[in-house]
Design a protein around this ligand. Structure first.
Ligand code: GDP
Length: 288
């Protein structure tokens, strides 16, 4: 994965690139990570899309807590958005995308039909922050490898239309957006999923954040995985969370001379297992 350091100049350029693409398309597919939909959402998205019809696609639903994903679907539907949850890596659920795209343009299409005009395929653009699965989804919808996974904002190439069935065409390059930075917890949530590199946030801090959250909401899977003792009682007591991290490290043999737990090693290991789905499905934020 390539990480992007977003500076104001990059944001301006990303925004301009998306707005150029918006001129070519009818509908936007806003791709979010089902495990952290708000934290993986661009803070200026409404402003950037300028009223272009849009659906919300919650990707990586295979990794998310399905109960929480259903709550998020309700949340976005209440915001007035057509919303679905998919797994772009296998293609589960993506057949709905062209159907929703047509639904978004229903009035326009109906008007054209009433005038005797044969409506053309709906043109769509995928937008989202790095690592949310844009390239994977493009490739799945195309049924072949088109988009190289990994983002390079600023690298432009000729754009092409990919036919998705007979009724939708997709721009082969996605719109790349930046995440929210103001809220530190947003950064940690993204880092837990691997969307932010560990050079930016300290690996032990990321693992601390993850262990605190899992202790509170997904204690059993973590306890079983690492054969842990008691669930922390006070989640706001850092000592209790660090104790859990140490227990994980001991369980995995992350010990340095003198018998001390190598917290850095334990943290990397925990995050790797978590990201690989070894502790089952989990979500990192819930709407209600
Ligand atoms: P992009 O930066 O938005 O284009 O994201 P990529 O398409 O490169 O995907 C980033 C990573 O997430 C890759 O390792 C993909 O294999 C993985 N990925 C994408 N979609 C899914 C999904 O629905 N489920 C799972 N488990 N992994 C996914």
């Amino acid at each position: 994965m390539m990480t992007i350091q977003w500076f104001p100049g990059h944001m301006t350029r990303a925004r301009r690139q998306i707005q150029d693409k918006l001129k070519l398309i009818d509908v936007v597919i806003e791709l979010l990570d089902a495990r952290l939909p708000l934290s993986s959402r661009n803070p200026m998205i409404d402003d950037i899309l300028q009223g272009k019809p849009r659906m919300i696609v919650l990707n990586k639903a295979d990794l998310a807590d399905s109960t929480v994903t259903r709550e998020w679907m309700e949340f976005f539907k209440n915001e007035g958005h057509l919303t679905i949850a998919v797994d772009a890596s296998t293609g589960l659920g993506i057949k709905e995308i062209p159907i929703l795209a047509k639904q978004l343009l229903k009035e326009k299409i109906d008007r054209q039909i009433a005038k005797g005009i044969n409506p053309r395929a709906v043109r769509a653009l995928i937008v989202g922050i790095p690592n949310v699965g844009k390239s994977t989804l493009i490739n799945r919808l195309a049924g072949r490898n088109i988009a190289a996974t990994g983002d390079r904002p600023g690298v432009t190439k000729g754009q092409q239309w990919i036919k998705v069935g007979t009724e939708m065409e997709l721009l082969d390059t996605p719109g790349i957006l930046w995440p929210k930075f103001e809220d530190q917890n947003v950064g940690y949530r993204l880092a837990v999923t691997g969307a932010i590199k560990e050079e930016i946030l300290n690996v032990e801090d990321i693992a601390f954040f993850a262990v605190k959250y899992l202790s509170k909401y997904y204690w059993s899977p973590m306890q079983e995985r690492f054969d842990l003792g008691e669930q922390p009682r006070d989640f706001d007591n850092p000592d209790e969370i660090v104790s859990v991290m140490e227990a994980i490290g001991r369980k995995r043999g992350c010990i340095v001379s003198g018998g001390r737990v190598d917290l850095e090693k334990a943290s990397s290991l925990l995050l790797r297992e978590l990201r690989a789905g070894k502790m089952g499905t989990f979500s990192l934020e819930a709407p209600y």
